[in-house]
Write a protein that binds this ligand. Structure first.
Ligand SMILES: Cc1ncc(COP(=O)(O)O)c(C=O)c1O
Length: 328
């Protein structure tokens, strides 16, 4: 007998060509790759990063999942949505002094049935250490621990199933993504390796780091096979000199608003807007070779806009402009 399923379809891959004088002057063709699902909280890179974790929980009959993130984390919102969809218990350690029930991200997680536990910054810093992970395993026996951002080997494997190389106009020369915990970039490198093997194609993969984390290249490399690490042309570039995560310089917010009004595509200034702003700077500086076709991964994260508005990091008017765009 077939059991009723509450699963949602995997992401639909939507491509959008961006036309701008800056791009035509630099002879760069830019495509946005926007995966969307019926559940907006699991769009962008989230569905792919979580899918194998969810399968493992179901197959190995884990009692649930335990994960961690910041108080406005897209990953926490996506985990809460996926866990509810698949009837999985979910616990999250939130980097915060207390659980603010007015915070839109945490409110959403609670509404989806996720248990939230506040954890101070100092303890949170130890989240990758063996002792900390053992403490979690002891406290939550039978739960699968999903690392920050879903950036495990399973998360990278989910992303590796994507094909950002074949744009509707032909093969991309450069694939670009915002990078924070590294799993998305690692997955794109693995996918790029498969795509390069298909043809003799000199593909470059560019991770635009939105965090100030000197260990990021090592984290990405740890998620790759040695062969993929060596055979694919990939690099990480910082998005700003002052790289404090989640600080929203006015120019990033203004860029996102301008982009929404011009192209009807929603970005947020912490990940996609910040990365695309940097890509535009690189194009203007001639750092992307003329004649290149670039494929930019729209990794979602639009739930974060409500949190930026809540903290008054974007104005009501900016929030409305960014929320009104049709695509994203
Ligand atoms: C919207 C968005 N874009 C990009 C990223 C970066 O992905 P990663 O953490 O895998 O580097 C994240 C974090 O997961 C994100 O939420």
């Amino acid at each position: 007998m077939l059991l009723p399923t509450r699963d949602i379809a995997g992401p639909a891959a939507n491509w959008y060509r961006i036309a701008e004088p800056l791009l035509s002057d630099a002879r760069v063709e830019l495509w946005l790759y926007c995966p969307t699902t019926a559940e907006p909280m699991i769009s962008g890179n989230k569905w792919m990063k979580l899918q194998y974790h969810i399968k493992l929980i179901q197959q190995q009959q884990y009692r649930g999942l335990v994960t961690f993130g910041g108080a406005f984390s897209n990953h926490l919102a996506a985990c809460a949505a996926s866990a509810r969809l698949h009837d999985i218990n979910a616990i999250a350690y939130v980097r915060a002094d207390s659980i603010d029930r007015q915070n839109p991200t945490l409110q959403y997680c609670l509404a989806k049935g996720m248990t939230l536990i506040a954890i101070d910054r100092q303890s949170y810093r130890q989240r990758q250490q063996a002792d900390f992970l053992q403490m979690l395993a002891d406290r939550h026996p039978g739960y699968l621990i999903i690392p920050e951002g879903g950036s495990s080997a399973l998360g990278a494997r989910g992303i590796a199933g994507l094909n950002l190389t074949d744009t509707p106009a032909g093969r991309a020369d450069v694939i670009v993504t915002a990078t924070a915990s590294g799993g998305t970039l690692a997955g794109l490198i693995a996918s790029g390796k498969q795509q390069s093997a298909v043809g003799s194609h000199n593909l470059q993969i560019l991770g635009l780091a939105v965090v100030n984390d000197p260990s990021l290249p090592a984290k990405v490399a740890a998620l790759l096979t040695e062969e993929a690490e060596d055979s694919v042309n990939w690099r990480i570039v910082a998005t700003a000199v002052d790289q404090r995560y989640a600080k929203c310089p006015a120019e990033h917010v203004e860029f996102c608003c301008h982009f929404a009004l011009t192209h009807d595509v929603a970005l947020e200034p912490v990940y996609t807007g910040r990365a695309l702003y940097k890509l535009y700077q690189m194009i203007a500086a001639g750092e992307i070779a003329p004649g290149s076709r670039v494929s930019f991964f729209h990794t979602g994260g639009l739930q974060g806009l409500a949190g930026l508005h809540y903290r008054q990091l974007i104005s009501q008017q900016q929030y409305q402009i960014l929320s009104a765009a049709a695509v994203g």
